[in-house]
Design a protein. Structure first.
Length: 455
């Protein structure tokens, strides 16, 4: 798949109509192929790094559009190799023909992420930064984009670098002590190796500490509205979305299936799920709706338990509230009393601590509810930007920490230094996999297959 000797071509802008579209070529013959497809309006040839205006030629040699050709030298290109970009009008037919003309001239169609893979192999960026570029392209919120951009600029690599360097120093000193056992100057002072390994474990733990928040920011969260029929779940669903999406009716049981939409809560993309009211029904359709509601609740990051503030709790609601204190759903449940606009001026007694008063009809309490959801997801107080957002990176750090723990155990049990050294090298391999220092071609294939074509 990754033959660096061939020239790649792909559309670098999304498919579909637009004002501008770009076809990118990268590889040894990028400039030559692009010049064959271009007829400049002026006599001089296109110069590297300077846009040249002219006509783009189809496979039959006839003009198909006009626009700009930009040539990049290897040291100034994204991929680290000669690159050409053809900026035409964003007609799908025109762009497809330009790709076809490049293929006919000897280029090969780029696969997912192949341009970024070449940037990696030519030293333009490391693996962690390459994955951040993928996340930046896929960002659904501004906060996601900012975090991904920070990592594309090397935020994670800078944090991992000192950890890898310190571990490398330990390995070098341990190998020297083992290789030159008769020379006292190579020996490590008593207890120093243990203290250094424990310090490295602390660095791993510090990076892993923010992963839960980082994962939610990168992957998003799911929020399920649940409760009995006619408590106003669909009205609250619409209010949170700030538009009418769910059908609302006075009769209970209007929602009979799950309904999903996306919204943003504190920079986190949230999949909001409205569910059928939980009740005992004999109608097969309503029974299936209740089953789907229960399944959605089981897999949710957050549960929004909606109650009706205008009436007393029924037995099933009181039991659900009682079960939150010590039950498994307590930490991920936000209790909401809806319809407070129907009450007299005095506020009702809260069924549990932390319950929120809202009115889906008037919007009362909705801003506080959004804050409550954010606090449940990320904790109270200002959010410190997480450095670790990718599960692959978190697993690598977890495995590195486990290897360091095994090294400590080996030291404590009096195992030979060779055993300790092997565990330290394993930790180094895991940490190196984050930035691609120690990464197999198979892992490269799996990672870059998640990119879009053209990046």
């Amino acid at each position: 798949m990754h033959d660096l000797s061939v020239t790649l071509v792909a559309m670098a802008t999304p498919p579909g109509r637009g004002g501008i579209g770009c076809v990118r070529l990268s590889g040894p013959e990028a400039g030559e192929i692009a010049r064959r497809m271009f007829r400049p309006k002026r006599v001089e040839e296109p110069a590297t790094g300077r846009p040249a205006f002219g006509e783009f030629l189809a496979r039959d040699g006839q003009p198909v559009d006009h626009g700009y050709l930009v040539l990049f030298e290897a040291e100034r290109s994204y991929t680290g190799e000669p690159t050409a970009e053809l900026w035409a009008h964003g007609s799908p037919a025109v762009l497809a023909e330009l790709v076809g003309a490049a293929l006919a001239a000897g280029a090969r169609a780029a696969g997912p992420g192949e341009f970024t893979y070449r940037a990696l192999r030519h030293g333009r960026l490391d693996l962690a930064r390459a994955e951040a570029i993928r996340d930046l392209v896929a960002a659904r919120t501004l906060y996601q984009a900012r975090l991904a951009f920070a990592q594309a600029r090397g935020a994670l690599s800078r944090r991992v670098g000192p950890l890898r360097e310190a571990l490398a120093q330990i390995i070098v000193r341990a190998e020297a002590a083992l290789e030159f056992a008769d020379e006292s100057e190579t020996h490590l002072p008593p207890g120093e190796l243990e203290r250094e390994i424990e310090r490295l474990q602390g660095l791993c733990a510090a990076l892993l500490e923010g992963f839960r928040a980082g994962r939610l920011v990168r992957e998003g969260a799911s929020l399920v509205l649940t409760g009995l029929p006619n408590v106003g779940k669909s009205s609250l669903f619409n209010r949170l979305l700030a538009r009418d999406r769910a059908i609302i009716a006075a009769a209970p049981g209007t929602t009979r299936d799950t309904l999903e939409e996306s919204l943003e809560v504190g920079g986190i993309p949230v999949r909001l799920v409205d569910t059928a009211g939980l009740r005992e029904e004999t109608d097969p359709v309503e029974e299936e709706g209740v089953r789907r509601a229960l399944r959605a609740r089981e897999g949710a990051d957050l549960i929004l338990l909606v109650l009706d503030a205008s009436r007393e709790l029924v037995r099933t609601e009181a039991e659900a509230i009682a079960g939150l204190e010590n039950g498994p759903d307590g930490e991920r449940t936000v209790v909401v009393l809806n319809k407070v606009d129907l009450l007299p001026a005095a506020e009702p007694a809260l069924p549990c601590s932390g319950a929120l008063l809202v009115s889906a009809r008037t919007g009362q309490g909705i801003d506080r509810l959004r804050e409550g959801l954010k606090e449940k997801l990320l904790g109270a107080g200002p959010l410190e930007d997480p450095v670790l957002t990718d599960a692959r990176h978190a697993q690598a750090l977890t495995d590195a920490s486990a290897a360091l723990e095994r090294a400590l155990l080996a030291l404590g049990r009096g195992f030979t230094e060779e055993v300790v050294l092997e565990e330290l090298k394993d930790a180094m391999t895991q940490i190196g996999a984050i930035t691609g220092v120690f990464t197999s071609e198979d892992l490269y294939d799996r990672i870059f297959s998640t990119f879009c074509i053209g990046k």
